[in-house]
Design a protein around this ligand. Structure first.
Ligand code: SF4
Length: 372
């Protein structure tokens, strides 16, 4: 049986046409699932009996359950969702109020675990279990809206996993979320964040409705970046910058750079000057992120040596960037008190931590080879 949420509207149209039904039936199915949020085909009352029966035989309408959720004092909610095969992923709901403007953002996961093994990231230490389907990505959004009773306004792909390493399912989910018929989200309110999978940045620029792109830099020196992010051994900063320039040339959407500040490693004056030069290649902004330690996990010497930059140093770094003409912001550490570091809640819920610890030893040896 297939999940109907893994099909775009065009694919549902092709399916119903093959069965000899009129193409508008596909829109009725799509509307039932995404506007009315039905949980079975019987509830789409506009469909003929015969089509309902065929759909129920061939497809299911997926849903996920929240195994656990925790609310922080700043109203951020961290969800742990359990999937059909028993795996778990995290999503974080972040409500923002800017005076009259309110935002309801969900940070969604794109993979169970992650193969990229960034030194500062709890998810990276879990390794990659599997890609999420388009339906599983969308279900995080639906379930969050159901539990909170809030209509989400923004989606950011910054949860567990590297979205560009699950490219096909990511693009399918984006197609559904930005579909003109149901209009769940404006493409301008969706951000895909990447650690710098260069060829896929070029591919993402060419999708029908491109979205905002965020790139995790964390250092503007190749040697330091390679220590923090093994993926940087495959693609240099020069290659990342060329891809980003092309992304902007094609989409005209300004770029966001993510930059975690580590004491004594990437928080100096020279770092800020080089970052400013890098960021000014195209219209952009820089999000400065305080580091949340992941000492609750087994770490190698380098990861254990990482320390958060002080508040004063972060402010100084930001001021220097601003004085160099860069739009830089300090991103709030929403939900930090509820295991705010990526992958933390999933690790806390791993049933068999010993098995995971064994695989951790393997992962340390070959995490780079896991990159596609
Ligand atoms: S920071 Fe992102 S890309 Fe790096 S290991 Fe964590 S989830 Fe993967």
């Amino acid at each position: 049986m297939l999940c109907v949420k893994d099909l775009s509207l065009q694919e549902i149209e092709a399916f119903v046409k093959d069965l000899g039904f009129e193409p508008f039936r596909a829109k009725q199915i799509f509307y039932g699932i995404y506007a009315n949020r039905v949980e079975n085909f019987e509830s789409i009352t506009t469909l003929p009996r015969e089509l309902k029966n065929i759909l129920s035989e061939k497809f299911y309408i997926s849903s996920i359950n929240s195994a656990k959720y925790e609310k922080a004092t700043d109203c951020t909610i961290k969800f742990l969702f359990s999937l059909r095969n028993g795996s778990a992923v995290e999503s974080v709901f972040i409500p923002w109020d800017f005076g009259l403007k309110e935002r309801r953002t969900l940070c969604v996961s794109s993979q169970v675990g992650c193969a990229l093994g960034c030194a500062f990231c709890a998810t990276g230490k879990l390794g990659l279990e599997r890609n999420l389907s388009a339906g599983e990505i969308i279900d995080q959004i639906f379930e969050c809206e159901k539990i909170t009773g809030e209509r989400l306004t923004n989606i950011v792909f910054m949860g567990m996993g590297e979205p560009l390493q699950n490219f096909q399912n990511l693009v399918k989910a984006l197609e559904i979320l930005t579909n003109d018929f149901v209009k769940l989200f404006s493409r301008r309110n969706i951000t895909v964040s990447t650690a710098g999978i260069v060829p896929k940045i070029y591919d993402l620029a060419k999708i029908e409705k491109p979205v905002k792109l965020a790139v995790s830099l964390h250092s503007v020196f190749d040697d330091v970046r390679q220590k923090l992010m093994p993926v940087a051994r495959k693609w240099s900063l020069k290659e990342v910058r060329e891809a980003v320039v092309e992304y902007y040339r094609i989409t005209r959407i300004p770029i966001t750079y993510e930059y975690i500040l580590f004491e004594g490693l990437n928080d100096g004056e020279e770092d800020a000057r080089r970052l400013a030069k890098f960021a000014k290649a195209v219209p952009s902004k820089v999000n400065l992120i305080p580091f949340h330690r992941i000492d609750f996990m087994p770490l190698d010497d380098f990861a254990r040596s990482l320390k958060p930059a002080s508040k004063e140093q972060i402010l100084k770094f930001k001021s220097l960037l601003n004085s160099l003409g860069v739009r830089a912001f300090i991103r709030s550490s929403s939900g930090y008190e509820i295991n705010g570091a990526c992958g933390q809640l999933a690790f806390a819920n791993l049933e068999n931590k010993n098995e995971w610890l064994k695989s951790f030893v393997k992962l340390q040896g070959n995490s780079f080879q896991k990159i596609e």
